[in-house]
Design a binder for this molecule. Structure first.
Ligand code: PLP
Length: 388
């Protein structure tokens, strides 16, 4: 009954674990969940007010497929203000979350067998979307030694005549690694003279601790021309359920193709959500976002110290996002086994590193309150102490 195409897809591991933890909780178990990839903060007030106004003013018709003119303009203002990037409104397309932006992008660019370079650990969805689009993920392994970042030599060695794109994710989910301007510049040098696109997923750009964030497209004219910037409001404006993502690229043929795809599939994203996004894009929620970021930084510091005090575990302090990627290799290289037992015995939900293409680790989200974090890590410490 099913197409061959659909059978390459598997369920998102993060969503599966979160659902399992939710079921255990519903059955009365005292489960602490650190698996979700969403902030525990509420949507900024200005965005809430904007959507109420949009509802009351009857902003309920279809909009243009890529988005209403005012939201496309707001994305341009944001990219200019934050990164000095000059895009025109017709170079922006809004999507049903950044996941949808990536889906549209790879559907639009990949032919059967085209290769996409994906640094690991990677966000679970990248290889799945590439496979579904007929492409071949080419995974580049990284570890603590390189700060979980790929090197120019690694990139150079991975390029073949079939390479269509490179995915960069800074700050990274799951490691929190942030590429510096000079690191991006060096990777850009390797791409010079090729026709390889960069899909730059910058979902966590506002959550960088004590370091500057560099947008890939802002590093050089060459990178600007080959980069599709992907972003959204799920993480940095605490609006995951609203489903607002966008893509920015100067490549007209690509934009036109994606607009066609979207016009024949989802059409415009929810009109009301477009209105809600505008204040966040214009920086009117920055005060609330700063409070959230400060809370994440404090929790990061606390959680890193607590984990590194547990014999057998180690973690590099992440520069961004809200995850720790914890090394368990000393006690258990099989992350599925570790995480399953951790959930069954200690009632703590985390995500196995295997899902991110890098076994021997688990991901711990600190987008939850400090009391739960302390309690959860204490349970993990006991579990690890008794681990056989
Ligand atoms: N990119 C990364 C790196 C993510 O971690 C996520 C969400 O987990 C997304 C994209 C998708 O975000 P959205 O909610 O906008 O679809």
């Amino acid at each position: 009954m099913l197409s061959q195409r659909i059978q390459v897809l598997s369920e998102s591991l993060t969503m599966a674990i979160t659902a399992q933890a939710r079921e255990l909780k519903a059955a009365g178990e005292d489960v602490l969940s650190f698996s979700a990839g969403e902030p525990d903060f509420d949507t900024p007030k200005v965005c809430q007010e904007a959507v109420i106004k949009a509802v009351q003013s009857g902003f309920s018709k279809y909009t243009a497929v890529p988005g209403a003119p005012e939201v496309l303009e707001a994305v341009c203002v944001k990219l200019k203000r934050d990164h000095g990037l000059e895009y025109k409104p017709n170079q922006i397309i809004t999507n049903v979350g950044a996941k949808h932006s990536l889906f549209n992008l790879f559907q639009a660019i990949l032919n059967e067998g085209d290769e996409v370079i994906i640094p690991a650990p990677y966000w679970v969805t990248y290889p799945e979307i590439v496979l579904y689009s007929g492409g071949k993920p080419v995974v580049l392994d990284t570890d603590e030694k390189s700060g979980f970042k790929i090197t120019p030599a690694q990139l150079q060695a991975a390029i073949t005549p079939k390479t269509k794109a490179l995915i960069l994710n800074t700050p990274s989910n799951p490691t929190g690694a942030v590429y510096s301007r000079s690191e991006i510049e060096a990777l850009g040098e390797v791409l010079k003279g090729t026709d390889i696109l960069v899909a730059s997923d910058e979902m966590y750009e506002k959550l960088v601790f004590g370091k500057p964030f560099t947008a890939v497209a802002s590093v050089s004219q060459d990178l600007f021309e080959r980069t599709v910037t992907i972003n959204g409001l799920s993480k940095c404006a605490a609006m995951p359920g609203w489903r607002f993502g966008y893509m920015a690229s100067p490549i007209k043929a690509l934009n036109d193709a994606i607009k066609n795809l979207q016009s024949q599939s989802t059409s415009n994203i929810c009109s009301l959500v477009q209105k809600a996004a505008i204040p966040a894009l214009l920086g009117q929620a920055d005060d609330e976002i700063a409070i959230m970021k400060a809370a994440f930084e404090k929790r990061r510091n606390m959680a890193v110290a607590l984990f590194n005090a547990i014999p057998g575990l180690s973690v590099v302090s992440p520069d961004g996002a809200f995850y720790l990627y914890i090394n368990t290799k000393e006690i258990e290289p099989d992350s599925m086994k570790f995480c399953k037992e951790l959930l069954a015995e200690a009632k703590v939900a985390t995500v196995p590193g295997a899902g991110f293409g890098c076994d021997g680790y688990f991901r711990f989200s600190f987008a939850t309150d400090e009391v739960s974090i302390e309690k959860g890590i204490a349970r993990i410490a006991t579990f690890v102490r008794n681990y056989k």
